[in-house]
Write a protein that binds this ligand. Sequence first.
Ligand code: FAD
Ligand code: NAD
Length: 396
Amino acid sequence: MGSVPKIVILGAGYGGILTAQSLQKELRHKEAEVTLVNRHDYHYITTHLHMPAAGTDSIEHARVPISRLIDEFKVDFIKSTVQAIKLEEKKVMLDQGSLDYDYLVLGLGGDPETFGIPGMLKNAFTIRSINSVRLIRDHISYQLAKYKNDNNPARLTFVVGGAGFTGIEFVAELADRLPQLCREYDIRPQDIKIINVEAAPTALPGFDTELVEYAMDVLKRKGVTFRIGIPIKECLADGVIIGEGEKIPTGMVVWTGGIRGNHLIEEAGFEVMRGRVKVDEYLRAPGYDHVYMIGDNSVFMNPEGRPYPPTAQIAMQQGVVCAKNIAAAIRGRELQKFKFSNKGTVASLGRGEAVAVVGGKKIKGWVAAQLKKMVDIRYLFIIGGIPLVLKKGRFF
Ligand code: FAD
Ligand code: NAD
């Protein structure tokens, strides 16, 4: 290691931003060089993406320039796409040039998990980034415009694959948005179909059953049809094949069937579980004490030995502990064990509706929807203080 240790953070998502901001606070002047690498010069708020995807909110509410979030005197930001991680050489290959590191933080987020379903990667849309959301938003409008020219009813059928939290939050927004678009495109709302297909025996598998029922009732009232307990088997250019071979003709499939770790992790040679690395109690990759993995790149086990679900909440908490541990390692001090503190779960069901479990209490309806706004505002406050809350917060 050189005289000033080099810390490289890959990815400026929930985990990466919190790591960079915490290192800014933790490290003394010239104690280390910190470099943050991200594909875009903005941080996107993934937990908002279902809204701009459906067109119920602006893209600008879901992103923040990275320069607003970091102190550029303390953290060097490089806008670049990581191409490869060379573990043995302690080097990261970028689209232009490379970076050497003494400590590496991997916060590159996830890739869509398609389980090898034929045609899914090619034909379906996914809610993963600002750019993927732009495609979804425009394609919804395109389908309606095209229908006015060719009268193909499949264009008015929108299929969402997977009724996990992402699928449910997205269909809810879609159900709010399509009636507005129908007015704009002179289409009868009753001709629209929104179909949410879920392989598991229930929507939101693992979530409180009473709240799942409530959520499904709200969404059915908004016009969503559920096909539960039926897997999507294939995704074609003009439809999906489900269950025993039934075809649902559609001009648009949005796949929300799950995520896996970023492909670069497996390509680097780590041993992975669905593309993610099972980290130790200090968030380090096994066998690589200088490599920390956070958020959707990592698997962290709960006390019962099951992995915590990959969420923004855990990514943020890991970012903070990861920064503390790197500072401690540089100073030759003892590292802190990561302990997840679950603040609860809130899922939006579109305008004025949500379901939540907070502190063991079930909350639904308008109150839960306000809670969702508070969670979002709290995040903006954590990363950008009151100015960011005022600029990007959604209060109504
Ligand atoms: P991310 O936030 O995905 O950040 C990864 C970063 O790495 C991005 O900035 C990306 O641009 C960058 N990157 C990727 N590849 C490269 C590359 N090759 N080179 C350079 N940069 C790269 N969780 C919750 O807790 N609550 C919620 O309400 C919630 N809602 C969600 C709603 C939706 C629609 C979705 C899709 C997810 C939601 N989640 C929610 C899950 C949550 O968003 C993720 O678990 C969280 O974003 C993981 O954070 P991360 O830091 O690991 O990765
Ligand atoms: P997920 O893995 O949680 O859900 C994917 C769903 O797709 C599952 O219900 C699965 O059974 C279904 N599925 C898989 N294969 C299928 C097939 N062939 N046909 C039909 N259905 C299929 O993925 P997600 O919803 O994207 O969530 C990812 C992570 O982000 C999770 O940890 C989740 O908790 C978190 N998240 C949280 C929130 C929130 O807290 N409000 C919102 C979105 C995401």
